[in-house]
Design a protein around this ligand. Structure first.
Ligand SMILES: NC(=O)c1ccc[n+]([C@@H]2O[C@H](COP(=O)([O-])OP(=O)(O)OC[C@H]3O[C@@H](n4cnc5c(N)ncnc54)[C@H](OP(=O)(O)O)[C@@H]3O)[C@@H](O)[C@H]2O)c1
Length: 291
Protein backbone atom coordinates (compact mmCIF):
# COMPACT_ATOMS: atom_id res chain seq x y z
CA UNK A 1 0.00 0.00 0.00
CA UNK A 2 1.23 3.47 -0.89
CA UNK A 3 1.10 5.56 2.32
CA UNK A 4 0.63 9.28 1.77
CA UNK A 5 3.14 11.18 3.87
CA UNK A 6 2.24 14.44 5.60
CA UNK A 7 4.37 17.59 5.53
CA UNK A 8 3.83 20.86 7.39
CA UNK A 9 5.54 23.87 5.81
CA UNK A 10 6.32 26.92 7.91
CA UNK A 11 7.06 29.91 5.68
CA UNK A 12 4.88 28.58 2.85
CA UNK A 13 3.91 32.09 1.75
CA UNK A 14 7.56 33.10 1.25
CA UNK A 15 9.21 33.86 -2.10
CA UNK A 16 10.84 30.41 -2.05
CA UNK A 17 8.37 28.76 0.34
CA UNK A 18 5.42 29.08 -2.07
CA UNK A 19 6.95 27.33 -5.11
CA UNK A 20 8.53 24.60 -2.97
CA UNK A 21 5.21 23.99 -1.16
CA UNK A 22 3.43 23.62 -4.53
CA UNK A 23 6.02 21.06 -5.71
CA UNK A 24 5.66 19.05 -2.47
CA UNK A 25 1.90 18.90 -3.10
CA UNK A 26 2.41 17.89 -6.75
CA UNK A 27 4.80 15.18 -5.61
CA UNK A 28 2.01 13.45 -3.68
CA UNK A 29 2.56 14.68 -0.14
CA UNK A 30 -0.36 15.81 1.97
CA UNK A 31 0.75 19.38 2.67
CA UNK A 32 -0.30 21.63 5.53
CA UNK A 33 0.77 25.25 5.18
CA UNK A 34 1.29 26.77 8.63
CA UNK A 35 0.63 30.46 8.09
CA UNK A 36 0.11 33.53 10.22
CA UNK A 37 -1.65 35.56 7.55
CA UNK A 38 -4.52 33.64 5.96
CA UNK A 39 -5.22 36.43 3.47
CA UNK A 40 -1.92 35.87 1.68
CA UNK A 41 -2.50 32.16 1.21
CA UNK A 42 -4.86 32.00 -1.76
CA UNK A 43 -2.90 34.50 -3.78
CA UNK A 44 0.42 32.73 -3.06
CA UNK A 45 -0.53 29.05 -2.95
CA UNK A 46 -3.84 28.58 -4.72
CA UNK A 47 -6.27 25.91 -3.60
CA UNK A 48 -5.69 22.33 -2.45
CA UNK A 49 -3.51 22.83 0.63
CA UNK A 50 -4.53 22.16 4.19
CA UNK A 51 -4.16 25.39 6.12
CA UNK A 52 -3.31 25.91 9.76
CA UNK A 53 -3.06 29.27 11.47
CA UNK A 54 0.20 29.27 13.36
CA UNK A 55 2.99 31.56 14.40
CA UNK A 56 6.64 30.82 15.16
CA UNK A 57 6.26 32.92 18.29
CA UNK A 58 3.44 30.70 19.57
CA UNK A 59 4.65 27.20 20.54
CA UNK A 60 1.12 25.98 21.23
CA UNK A 61 -0.03 26.80 17.70
CA UNK A 62 2.99 24.90 16.32
CA UNK A 63 2.30 21.85 18.47
CA UNK A 64 -1.29 21.71 17.21
CA UNK A 65 -0.19 22.27 13.61
CA UNK A 66 2.28 19.35 13.80
CA UNK A 67 -0.21 16.73 15.08
CA UNK A 68 -0.13 13.70 12.69
CA UNK A 69 2.63 15.32 10.62
CA UNK A 70 5.55 13.17 9.37
CA UNK A 71 7.88 15.99 8.26
CA UNK A 72 8.25 19.69 8.94
CA UNK A 73 9.87 21.83 6.25
CA UNK A 74 11.11 25.29 7.28
CA UNK A 75 11.38 28.23 4.90
CA UNK A 76 12.41 30.90 7.39
CA UNK A 77 14.25 34.14 6.86
CA UNK A 78 16.04 36.73 8.97
CA UNK A 79 14.82 40.25 8.25
CA UNK A 80 16.82 43.51 8.43
CA UNK A 81 14.73 44.83 11.34
CA UNK A 82 15.43 41.94 13.76
CA UNK A 83 16.96 43.40 16.93
CA UNK A 84 19.66 41.92 19.13
CA UNK A 85 17.58 41.28 22.24
CA UNK A 86 14.29 40.50 20.55
CA UNK A 87 12.73 37.38 19.00
CA UNK A 88 14.85 36.00 16.17
CA UNK A 89 13.03 33.93 13.57
CA UNK A 90 15.90 31.59 12.71
CA UNK A 91 16.94 31.08 16.36
CA UNK A 92 13.95 31.51 18.68
CA UNK A 93 11.39 30.50 16.04
CA UNK A 94 13.52 27.50 15.13
CA UNK A 95 13.80 26.45 18.79
CA UNK A 96 10.01 26.66 19.15
CA UNK A 97 9.60 24.49 16.04
CA UNK A 98 12.06 21.89 17.35
CA UNK A 99 10.30 21.67 20.72
CA UNK A 100 6.86 21.40 19.10
CA UNK A 101 8.07 18.86 16.50
CA UNK A 102 9.59 16.66 19.20
CA UNK A 103 6.46 16.71 21.32
CA UNK A 104 4.28 15.93 18.26
CA UNK A 105 6.65 13.04 17.29
CA UNK A 106 7.49 14.48 13.89
CA UNK A 107 9.95 12.18 12.06
CA UNK A 108 12.24 14.78 10.47
CA UNK A 109 12.76 18.52 10.11
CA UNK A 110 13.97 19.96 6.79
CA UNK A 111 15.59 23.42 6.84
CA UNK A 112 16.46 25.87 4.09
CA UNK A 113 19.84 27.39 4.94
CA UNK A 114 22.29 28.96 2.47
CA UNK A 115 25.64 28.29 0.84
CA UNK A 116 26.98 31.84 1.09
CA UNK A 117 26.51 31.93 4.89
CA UNK A 118 29.99 30.38 5.06
CA UNK A 119 31.61 33.43 3.44
CA UNK A 120 34.21 34.29 6.05
CA UNK A 121 35.60 37.64 4.92
CA UNK A 122 32.85 39.70 6.54
CA UNK A 123 31.63 39.84 10.08
CA UNK A 124 27.85 40.02 9.58
CA UNK A 125 25.28 39.19 12.28
CA UNK A 126 22.91 37.52 9.77
CA UNK A 127 25.51 34.90 8.79
CA UNK A 128 26.19 34.32 12.51
CA UNK A 129 22.47 33.59 12.99
CA UNK A 130 22.40 31.25 10.00
CA UNK A 131 25.43 29.29 11.27
CA UNK A 132 23.94 29.16 14.76
CA UNK A 133 20.64 27.82 13.33
CA UNK A 134 22.52 24.89 11.73
CA UNK A 135 24.33 24.19 15.00
CA UNK A 136 21.02 24.19 16.92
CA UNK A 137 19.46 21.82 14.40
CA UNK A 138 22.35 19.36 14.46
CA UNK A 139 22.17 19.20 18.26
CA UNK A 140 18.37 18.98 18.38
CA UNK A 141 18.01 15.26 18.95
CA UNK A 142 15.54 14.87 16.08
CA UNK A 143 16.59 13.83 12.54
CA UNK A 144 17.26 16.90 10.37
CA UNK A 145 17.93 17.58 6.71
CA UNK A 146 19.67 20.88 5.95
CA UNK A 147 19.75 22.31 2.42
CA UNK A 148 22.46 24.83 1.45
CA UNK A 149 21.38 26.52 -1.79
CA UNK A 150 23.23 28.86 -4.11
CA UNK A 151 21.26 31.77 -5.70
CA UNK A 152 17.69 31.23 -6.90
CA UNK A 153 16.37 32.40 -10.29
CA UNK A 154 13.39 33.81 -8.32
CA UNK A 155 15.59 36.71 -7.08
CA UNK A 156 15.63 38.15 -10.59
CA UNK A 157 11.83 38.36 -10.89
CA UNK A 158 10.89 39.10 -7.27
CA UNK A 159 13.76 41.09 -5.75
CA UNK A 160 15.72 42.62 -8.62
CA UNK A 161 12.93 43.51 -11.09
CA UNK A 162 10.99 46.73 -10.51
CA UNK A 163 8.76 47.84 -13.40
CA UNK A 164 10.80 47.49 -16.59
CA UNK A 165 14.16 47.52 -14.83
CA UNK A 166 16.32 44.64 -13.53
CA UNK A 167 18.65 46.06 -10.88
CA UNK A 168 22.10 44.80 -9.95
CA UNK A 169 24.89 46.17 -7.80
CA UNK A 170 28.63 45.76 -8.03
CA UNK A 171 30.60 43.31 -10.14
CA UNK A 172 30.53 39.68 -9.07
CA UNK A 173 34.08 38.40 -9.53
CA UNK A 174 32.94 34.78 -9.10
CA UNK A 175 29.97 32.76 -10.41
CA UNK A 176 27.00 31.17 -8.67
CA UNK A 177 25.26 27.96 -9.74
CA UNK A 178 21.76 29.49 -9.99
CA UNK A 179 18.77 27.17 -9.54
CA UNK A 180 14.97 27.38 -9.83
CA UNK A 181 12.83 26.94 -6.71
CA UNK A 182 10.91 24.29 -8.68
CA UNK A 183 13.98 22.07 -9.22
CA UNK A 184 15.00 22.65 -5.61
CA UNK A 185 11.48 21.65 -4.51
CA UNK A 186 11.87 18.34 -6.38
CA UNK A 187 15.10 17.72 -4.48
CA UNK A 188 13.40 18.51 -1.16
CA UNK A 189 10.55 16.09 -2.02
CA UNK A 190 13.10 13.38 -2.90
CA UNK A 191 15.15 14.01 0.23
CA UNK A 192 12.18 13.35 2.53
CA UNK A 193 11.26 10.27 0.49
CA UNK A 194 14.77 8.76 0.35
CA UNK A 195 15.64 9.39 3.98
CA UNK A 196 12.25 8.29 5.30
CA UNK A 197 13.43 5.40 7.47
CA UNK A 198 16.77 6.88 8.49
CA UNK A 199 17.49 8.53 11.84
CA UNK A 200 20.65 10.21 10.56
CA UNK A 201 21.09 13.90 9.78
CA UNK A 202 21.67 14.83 6.14
CA UNK A 203 23.14 17.97 4.55
CA UNK A 204 22.85 18.80 0.85
CA UNK A 205 24.44 21.59 -1.13
CA UNK A 206 21.96 22.81 -3.73
CA UNK A 207 23.22 24.17 -7.05
CA UNK A 208 21.69 24.52 -10.50
CA UNK A 209 22.78 23.42 -13.97
CA UNK A 210 24.91 26.44 -15.08
CA UNK A 211 27.16 28.97 -13.31
CA UNK A 212 26.67 32.69 -13.95
CA UNK A 213 27.76 35.90 -12.33
CA UNK A 214 24.97 38.32 -11.45
CA UNK A 215 25.32 40.35 -14.65
CA UNK A 216 25.32 37.28 -16.94
CA UNK A 217 22.21 36.01 -15.14
CA UNK A 218 20.44 39.38 -15.53
CA UNK A 219 21.33 39.49 -19.25
CA UNK A 220 19.91 35.99 -19.88
CA UNK A 221 16.80 36.80 -17.83
CA UNK A 222 16.17 40.00 -19.83
CA UNK A 223 16.85 38.32 -23.21
CA UNK A 224 14.35 35.52 -22.55
CA UNK A 225 11.66 37.29 -20.50
CA UNK A 226 8.37 37.87 -22.39
CA UNK A 227 8.50 41.64 -21.57
CA UNK A 228 10.53 43.23 -24.44
CA UNK A 229 10.87 46.51 -22.49
CA UNK A 230 13.02 45.04 -19.70
CA UNK A 231 16.39 46.78 -19.25
CA UNK A 232 19.34 46.35 -16.92
CA UNK A 233 20.12 49.04 -14.31
CA UNK A 234 23.46 48.80 -12.55
CA UNK A 235 24.63 50.61 -9.40
CA UNK A 236 28.08 50.60 -7.79
CA UNK A 237 28.19 48.72 -4.51
CA UNK A 238 29.96 51.77 -3.04
CA UNK A 239 26.66 53.63 -3.20
CA UNK A 240 25.09 51.05 -0.88
CA UNK A 241 28.13 51.32 1.42
CA UNK A 242 27.65 55.10 1.69
CA UNK A 243 23.93 54.81 2.43
CA UNK A 244 23.94 51.81 4.74
CA UNK A 245 24.34 53.77 8.03
CA UNK A 246 20.95 55.38 7.31
CA UNK A 247 18.84 52.28 6.69
CA UNK A 248 18.83 48.74 8.10
CA UNK A 249 17.40 47.50 4.77
CA UNK A 250 20.24 49.03 2.74
CA UNK A 251 22.77 47.73 5.28
CA UNK A 252 21.26 44.25 4.83
CA UNK A 253 21.33 44.54 1.02
CA UNK A 254 24.93 45.79 1.05
CA UNK A 255 26.12 42.86 3.17
CA UNK A 256 24.37 40.15 1.17
CA UNK A 257 25.43 41.67 -2.17
CA UNK A 258 29.04 42.06 -0.98
CA UNK A 259 29.14 38.41 0.11
CA UNK A 260 27.58 37.12 -3.13
CA UNK A 261 29.94 39.28 -5.20
CA UNK A 262 33.00 37.83 -3.46
CA UNK A 263 32.09 34.31 -2.31
CA UNK A 264 34.20 31.84 -4.26
CA UNK A 265 31.48 29.28 -4.96
CA UNK A 266 32.75 25.91 -6.14
CA UNK A 267 30.57 23.25 -7.68
CA UNK A 268 29.98 20.76 -4.87
CA UNK A 269 26.62 19.13 -5.60
CA UNK A 270 27.63 15.86 -7.35
CA UNK A 271 26.30 13.80 -4.43
CA UNK A 272 23.07 15.81 -4.19
CA UNK A 273 22.45 15.35 -7.91
CA UNK A 274 23.11 11.61 -7.83
CA UNK A 275 20.87 11.08 -4.79
CA UNK A 276 18.12 13.70 -5.22
CA UNK A 277 18.11 14.30 -8.99
CA UNK A 278 19.81 16.77 -11.31
CA UNK A 279 18.21 20.21 -11.72
CA UNK A 280 17.08 20.51 -15.35
CA UNK A 281 15.49 23.93 -15.80
CA UNK A 282 17.88 26.42 -17.40
CA UNK A 283 17.70 30.11 -16.57
CA UNK A 284 16.62 30.88 -20.17
CA UNK A 285 13.74 28.36 -20.02
CA UNK A 286 12.66 29.65 -16.61
CA UNK A 287 12.73 33.30 -17.80
CA UNK A 288 10.52 32.43 -20.81
CA UNK A 289 7.84 31.17 -18.41
CA UNK A 290 7.70 34.48 -16.42
CA UNK A 291 5.46 37.49 -16.98
N1 LIG B 1 17.13 34.13 -2.42
C1 LIG B 1 18.13 33.31 -2.57
O1 LIG B 1 18.77 33.23 -3.63
C2 LIG B 1 18.51 32.39 -1.42
C3 LIG B 1 19.61 31.56 -1.57
C4 LIG B 1 19.95 30.70 -0.53
C5 LIG B 1 19.21 30.71 0.65
N2 LIG B 1 18.14 31.56 0.77
C6 LIG B 1 17.37 31.55 2.04
O2 LIG B 1 16.02 31.25 1.80
C7 LIG B 1 15.29 31.58 2.98
C8 LIG B 1 13.85 31.88 2.66
O3 LIG B 1 13.76 32.88 1.72
P1 LIG B 1 12.38 33.52 1.21
O4 LIG B 1 12.79 34.53 0.20
O5 LIG B 1 11.36 32.53 0.84
O6 LIG B 1 11.87 34.27 2.54
P2 LIG B 1 10.59 35.13 2.77
O7 LIG B 1 9.92 35.47 1.48
O8 LIG B 1 10.98 36.24 3.68
O9 LIG B 1 9.61 34.11 3.56
C9 LIG B 1 9.65 33.95 4.94
C10 LIG B 1 8.40 33.17 5.36
O10 LIG B 1 8.43 33.01 6.78
C11 LIG B 1 7.14 33.37 7.28
N3 LIG B 1 7.25 33.89 8.65
C12 LIG B 1 8.04 34.89 9.10
N4 LIG B 1 7.84 35.08 10.43
C13 LIG B 1 6.90 34.17 10.80
C14 LIG B 1 6.27 33.87 12.04
N5 LIG B 1 6.56 34.56 13.17
N6 LIG B 1 5.40 32.86 12.08
C15 LIG B 1 5.06 32.16 10.96
N7 LIG B 1 5.63 32.40 9.75
C16 LIG B 1 6.53 33.40 9.68
C17 LIG B 1 6.65 34.46 6.34
O11 LIG B 1 5.26 34.62 6.50
P3 LIG B 1 4.46 35.95 6.03
O12 LIG B 1 4.13 35.70 4.57
O13 LIG B 1 3.28 35.98 6.89
O14 LIG B 1 5.39 37.11 6.21
C18 LIG B 1 7.07 33.86 5.01
O15 LIG B 1 6.15 32.90 4.60
C19 LIG B 1 16.09 32.71 3.65
O16 LIG B 1 16.55 32.26 4.90
C20 LIG B 1 17.29 32.91 2.72
O17 LIG B 1 18.49 33.18 3.41
C21 LIG B 1 17.78 32.41 -0.23
Amino acid sequence: MNIIRTIAVVGATGMLGAPVTKVLKKQGYSVTAVVRNMQKVHQKLGAGMHLFKGDLKDKRSLRSAFADIDFVYLNLSTTPDEKKNEFKTEIDGLQNVIEAAKSARVKRIGFLSSLVKDYSETDWWVFDIKREACRILKEADIPVTIFYPSSFYENLAHLQMKGNRVYLAGDQVTKSWWISAEDYGMQVANAFRKDLESHEDFEYSIQGPEPYNMEEAADIFIRHHPNPKLKKAKAPLGLFRLMKPFSSTIDFQYNILYAINHYDEKFQSEQTWSKLGKPELSLAEWAEKQG
